[in-house]
Design a binder for this molecule. Structure first.
Ligand code: VAL
Length: 399
């Protein structure tokens, strides 16, 4: 049966001082019934907490005595989910084949990926580089118009977090533009770069979001099946378990029993290792918050080329805003969000010194959060492509 979120509400808190921050942190660490849409970061940072109806009185009246409690940002999460589902079904009835007016399932996405490679076999191929815990294929499409396997690679991963549906849709949009886009500014980048795009790197989690729309992690078994899954973006090898991840297997940020314990992470690391010297930009797609995030996510401070990441981030911000005015903000992960170790972007920066390594938090800023209506897929994709072109054009100067 589907997991339902009737009358679950999302509240946004902004701690004004360390004491308020500690209160929220206490909730994050001690109330497994709360689902943090956005975890606790610095004083002044937004914290979005989904509270089930049976806990609302207890949590809110407790908080009220120590800090301001706002109106809910989302009053009934199930209503958002139902609306998304309805829009999705209408769009799918009109266009059953994969497109960008609806969200598609894991099986549909990989089938489409294979079809694209077959139809464009002169420039594209799909590699199955691993298998998920439940046996689903880990697939990456590689697009290259020449250069004998020497060109620098722009690598895009998406949907490492299962509920962030917009990310696989933007990833397939990019693939489609690279292969079939007519007047697309993306296509000409293929004279300089190869693109490797892995649109769903958490296949089991994504499949499971058909049952639980807000599932985040993988689906491996822990504690004899009492817990399912680890957070794959807390499970990468570089400085694993150095802050911002949980040792509790039921937590949404559970780091796993060891680095790369998740087969999806081990396989992705191995694939990345095999192309490491050619990857010039690593872009990890997440949602939501409209951020362009710079490693590292643990508390070790700034990467040596932080300033270059900020400079390029600024170019990307402006390119994104030029389409609809959507505001993205660039900055370090810890500064703009929260501490998090074991992310894919840290792995690429820290282990392979990839020139540009970013996490993109796509739309929106919280009105819909993870449950972004499918009508926003095309605008999200168009503005992201504008940003991607700006990023690649800047990189191009060095090739
Ligand atoms: N937001 C991402 C996550 O929570 C990264 C940037 C840390 O995994």
């Amino acid at each position: 049966a589907k997991v339902k979120y009737d009358n679950y509400a999302v509240y946004r808190f902004v701690p004004q001082n360390e004491a308020e921050r500690e209160n929220l942190l206490f909730l994050e660490n001690n109330y497994p019934g709360l689902i943090f849409w956005k975890g606790v970061g610095p004083v002044g940072g937004k914290v979005d907490i989904m509270i089930p109806p049976h806990l609302q009185h207890e949590i809110l009246s407790g908080l009220q005595s120590v800090m301001a409690v706002p109106e809910p940002m989302v009053a009934d999460v199930q209503q958002l989910i139902d609306e998304e589902e309805e829009l999705n079904q209408i769009a799918r009835a009109k266009a059953p084949r994969l497109g960008w007016e609806a969200y598609y399932t894991f099986d549909e996405i990989v089938q489409w990926l294979d079809e694209q490679a077959a139809a464009n076999s002169d420039v594209a191929s799909v590699e199955t580089y691993g298998e998920s815990f439940e046996g689903r294929p880990m697939k990456v499409i590689k697009i290259s118009t020449g250069g004998n396997g020497q060109r620098p690679i722009i690598f895009i991963d998406a949907n490492i977090h299962a509920r962030e549906w917009i990310t696989n849709a933007v990833a397939t949009y990019i693939i489609n533009e690279l292969l079939n886009g007519e007047a697309s500014g993306l296509k000409s980048l293929l004279n300089t770069f190869d693109f490797h795009v892995a649109p769903v790197i958490n296949p089991d989690g994504y499949a499971y979001t058909r049952t639980d729309r807000l599932w985040r992690k993988t689906r491996s078994n822990y504690a004899g099946g009492l817990c399912r899954g680890a957070d794959p973006n807390r499970n990468f090898e570089f400085q694993w378990n150095t802050g911002g991840s949980s040792a509790v297997c039921s937590s949404d940020t559970y780091r796993g029993v060891r680095a790369a314990s998740e087969p999806e992470v081990a396989a992705t690391e191995a694939y990345l290792d095999s192309i490491k010297d050619r990857v010039t930009a690593y872009l990890s797609l997440h949602s939501y918050s409209q951020l362009i995030l710079i490693p590292y996510g643990n508390n070790l401070g700034r990467v040596p080329d932080h300033d270059n990441h900020m400079r390029v981030g600024g170019l990307v911000e402006r390119a994104i805003a030029s389409r609809y005015g959507t505001q993205f903000t660039s900055g370090n992960i810890v500064e703009l969000l929260y501490v998090a170790s074991g992310a894919s972007v840290d792995y690429m920066k820290g282990t392979h010194d990839t020139t540009l390594s970013y996490t993109f938090e796509l739309r929106d800023t919280g009105r819909y959060g993870f449950v972004l209506p499918p009508t926003q897929i095309i605008p999200s994709s168009l503005e992201f492509v504008d940003g991607l072109i700006a990023l690649a054009n800047d990189l191009k100067i060095s090739y």
